[in-house]
Design a binder for this molecule. Sequence first.
Ligand code: NAP
Length: 375
Amino acid sequence: MSRIRVALLGASGSIGLQAADVIAQHPDEFELVALASGRGGEQHDALALSNPKARSLIGGSAEDLQKLVLDCAPDIALIATTGVVGLSATVAALEAGVAVAIANKETIVAGGDVVMRAARSAAERKGTDVLERLRPVDSEHSALWQCLVGESLDRVRSLWLTASGGPFRESTAAEIAAATPATALKHPTWSMGAKITIDSATLVNKGLEAIEAHRLFSVPMEQVKIVVHPQSVVHGLVEFVDGSTKAQMGSPDMRGPIGYALGYPVRMDLGIPNVDLAAHGSLTFSPPDLVRFPGLAIALEAGRAGGAAPGALIAADGVAVTRFLAGEFPLGGIPQLLHDAVEQFGVRPAPASVAEVIALHEEVTQFAERWSGAD
Ligand SMILES: NC(=O)c1ccc[n+]([C@@H]2O[C@H](COP(=O)([O-])OP(=O)(O)OC[C@H]3O[C@@H](n4cnc5c(N)ncnc54)[C@H](OP(=O)(O)O)[C@@H]3O)[C@@H](O)[C@H]2O)c1
């Protein structure tokens, strides 16, 4: 059987390196045909050295990434870049018949209709379902996808995303608002890139994920629910109309969802231990607190509002997290900035093309870079 040819965008990042590990564990099943990173560095160089046949690109533009994917014609492109730099490569890959494993939230949240249209038409052409063409990598969405295999979406009552609650689960509103990067970067259960770790501390990440689920699974925002589950054992649950609920559990190891997306429908043995329920003893669940975590409330509202609001939200969040990490304001500045950006840009219609998505992203980015809190 021929190997699955994989193009890896964002190779030197947290997801990229774990994907490279999945591929390296299964050399008979996968072949890495392209590697792209931003600044590059030792990790990228090591990957390029151990995959000498793979095309290697460092610091490419959106157009370069698109060209890389189209030139090497992989079976699957894993989009693990940050920001919107991978958006045009994603759409071009779908249009060219390349399956996409999507880790990058911006692509789904900001790219919205544009990406989903490309995925739907790719699925129609291939005679597959949409999720075979656009495969979720985020652990919660992978969980929902796994629960939905063999099910019909019109029999679904709700999709539930679990949230660890982040490092401030027990903190007061004032403590959360005053938090600094040193404490916010300490995620209790997952080891991830800095941007997503801060998004997990504000719970904005869970709002972005709710929008992602709404898009990927084509269900109304109102049907996407969130529950805080500090043990990060259950990643997602699907409630069906007959009162039945399916849940997916797994160790907090992103190689699981990455392997599922790359190997689908075959499950890969990645040496990840199964969850030991008896060792956990108890699993707990509670509703999220939208007052202590105003960023989550703003993100959910942006998802419900639709139009340009999700794109404005995620663009503003990219800058807000960078400015927070640079020490320009405490954690409480992030929701304030998000609120102002969504209020200003959210009323616009949804972008209708890749160029419109990028244009909105750039405009909101500039607004967020100038934002002082007194606007
Ligand atoms: N980490 C997780 O567990 C996790 C879970 C779910 C979803 N996600 C999502 O997956 C995406 C990646 O997350 P991450 O945590 O892996 O981020 P990360 O560690 O910051 O890695 C980002 C990657 O993107 C690369 N990149 C930036 N600009 C690029 C360009 N122009 N061309 C090619 N590559 C470029 C970076 O390269 P350099 O470092 O060389 O600049 C790096 O390899 C994010 O959208 C995140 O929300 C992550």
